[in-house]
Design a protein around this ligand. Structure first.
Ligand code: F6P
Length: 546
């Protein structure tokens, strides 16, 4: 496989950046009155404005030529056709099958996976209805009031993010809680105030071997058994979500209380599977289905829309533009909706675990940059924290602004102010403020000319800082589903262009292995001989004080 940076399409973009680096978006907007109209698109209930980018029609044309040279369309088909595009693990990548509401057959190794997918969905429906109706009872015959999901990474961040995002749709009970960190504080603080007789634990782990999850699950089990005075209580209070029936049984959960999924569902793409059980329990199965429907609508858009109007492809390629040609190292996700507070953290894993890769699918080291550092937090808090650097720092940080037209909590002029801030930030980032504007503003405010001259460089903004704005009518299960799928396919598009495998995560292995070795040494009370002096010193310091 030829490296993408050796293609004429890549080289054309490199040359194009040399020209575009001299262009200011302000001038593009001045020259092109219809810019916003041309550079915006709608799909699956989302409105994307991508006019505030350092990009012309020529830029987009070249970026899409690069996407075609990388065979984005072909790879997209291979993914939907169930081919083993996760080559290092020899697996299909089919989170799209989990939300395939059309029920169109999707084949993996010749067999249609839809009957099994629908089978698990039916069990989730039945179980969540029973728990929500109080028909599933705890060991002492009481209904379930609290659900504690024990999982980490993809087995935590997705359901946690969605449950929070859909808070307005939650019933009073059962209330969802999430424990992920192996730090005992996380479990201890979560269990404070919970009653074992009305608490249900979901042990969520694809592999059912993850150290953090199994440690938390064992401690939660102990808490329950201590609280209810019988091992037999586990049956009423523990269910598992996993692909590993053997380990689930070994832990002591009957496979009757296990919800399965498949190796073709990546952890960070798994909220659509039984990993989404906390969502169904919190908001009801119908709402969970609406989430799937929204994602499916985006899948269909991604699968069928021409690249020129394809939202995930456009976002993905604009990302490539900044990362590989303009030198951006990070990407900010800035939701203007408090309910989306965990959205940036969710896609931190989604993006960084997928595209944080340094070799191609063939094992060649990539000579270009791949996935960016993804970060962010909800507006307007971020404005009073890190936006200064986005506006006037020396880093180029492409940012996504995400906002709903309607709040779930209409309250005076809060929402108008929230959105005014959102739009104003994108405008300020794009437009900036010239030295003259800064100076004139200060003179108009009564400063003398020497003072205005002194302060003008501080108050000048270069502008030309790119952003995309994604709007939706309201954060609903449906629009949220579409929004998540939009980002998933954006990540896919970028991974294909970079020629990497976005669906494995070997980079997390080494730390896990070494933690196992060090844990043994901590248990033995002395550091092993193989450590560097820093690690050995840290261990000794800890062992002397624990
Ligand atoms: O962080 C590595 C990872 O394998 C993630 O990809 C995954 O989401 C997480 O650990 C949890 O894995 P599991 O669901 O198998 O417990």
């Amino acid at each position: 496989m030829a490296l993408i940076d050796t293609t004429p399409q890549w080289q054309a973009l490199a040359a194009h950046w040399q020209r575009m680096a001299q262009v200011h978006m302000r001038d593009l907007f001045a020259r092109e009155p219809d810019r916003a109209k041309r550079m915006s698109a709608d799909a699956a209930g989302l409105h994307l404005d991508y006019a505030k980018h350092i990009a012309t029609d020529e830029t987009l044309k070249l970026l899409l030529e690069l996407a075609r040279a990388a065979e984005v369309e072909g790879w997209r088909e291979r993914m939907f056709a169930g081919e083993h595009i996760n080559s290092t693990e020899d697996r299909a990548v089919l989170h799209v099958a989990l939300r395939n509401r059309s029920n169109r057959p999707i084949l993996v190794d010749g067999a249609d996976v839809m009957p099994e997918v629908n089978g698990v969905l039916n069990r989730m429906r039945d179980f969540s209805n029973r728990v929500r109706a109080g028909d599933w009872q705890g060991f002492t015959g009481r209904p379930i009031n609290d659900v504690v999901n024990i999982g980490i990474g993809g087995s935590n961040l997705g359901p946690k993010m969605v449950c929070t995002a859909l808070t307005p749709y939650q019933s009073e009970a059962p209330r969802p809680h999430f424990v992920s960190n192996v730090d005992g504080t996380h479990l201890a603080e979560t269990l404070k105030g919970l009653d074992p007789s009305t608490t249900l634990f979901i042990v969520a782990s694809k592999t059912f071997t993850t150290q953090e999850t199994m440690t938390n699950a064992r401690s939660a089990r102990q808490w329950l058994v201590d609280g209810l005075g019988s091992d037999a209580a586990v049956r009423n209070h523990f269910v598992a979500v996993s692909t590993n029936a053997e380990k689930v049984t070994e832990f002591g959960i009957d496979t009757e209380n296990m919800f399965g999924f498949w190796d073709w569902v990546g952890g960070r793409y798994s909220l659509w599977s039984a990993i989404g059980l906390p969502i169904a329990l919190a908001v009801g199965f119908e709402r969970f289905e609406e989430l799937l429907a929204g994602a499916h609508e985006m899948d269909e858009h991604f699968r069928t829309a021409p690249l020129e109007q394809n939202l995930p492809v456009l976002l993905g390629m604009l990302g490539v533009w900044y990362i590989d040609f303009a030198g951006a190292a990070t990407h900010a996700i800035l939701p203007y909706d408090q309910y989306l507070e965990h959205f940036p953290a969710y896609f931190q894993q989604g993006d960084m675990e997928s595209n944080g890769k340094h070799v191609t699918r063939d094992g060649a080291r990539v000579p270009y940059h791949t996935g960016p550092v993804v970060w962010g937090q909800p507006g307007t808090d971020g404005q009073h924290a890190f936006y200064q650097l986005i506006h006037q720092g020396t880093e180029l940080i492409p940012s996504d602004f995400i906002a709903p037209a309607k709040s779930h909590n209409p309250m005076g002029d809060h929402h108008a102010k929230l959105l005014a801030n959102c739009f104003a930030q994108t405008e300020a980032l794009m437009r900036g403020r010239t030295l003259e504007e800064a100076r004139d503003g200060m003179l108009a405010a009564g400063l003398d000319s020497a003072e205005a001259d002194r302060l003008a460089p501080q108050r000048q903004f270069d502008g030309n800082r790119p952003s995309s704005t994604i709007l939706m009518e309201q954060v609903t299960p449906r629009t949220l589903g579409a929004l998540i799928a939009l980002y998933e396919h954006k990540i896919f598009t970028q991974g294909i262009v970079w020629g990497i495998n976005s669906f494995d995560q070997w980079g997390v292995e080494l730390g896990k292995q070494l933690a196992g070795v060090i844990l043994g040494e901590i248990e033995d009370g002395k550091p092993g001989a193989d450590h560097d002096s820093s690690t050995a010193g840290l261990l000794e310091w800890y062992l002397a004080r624990r």
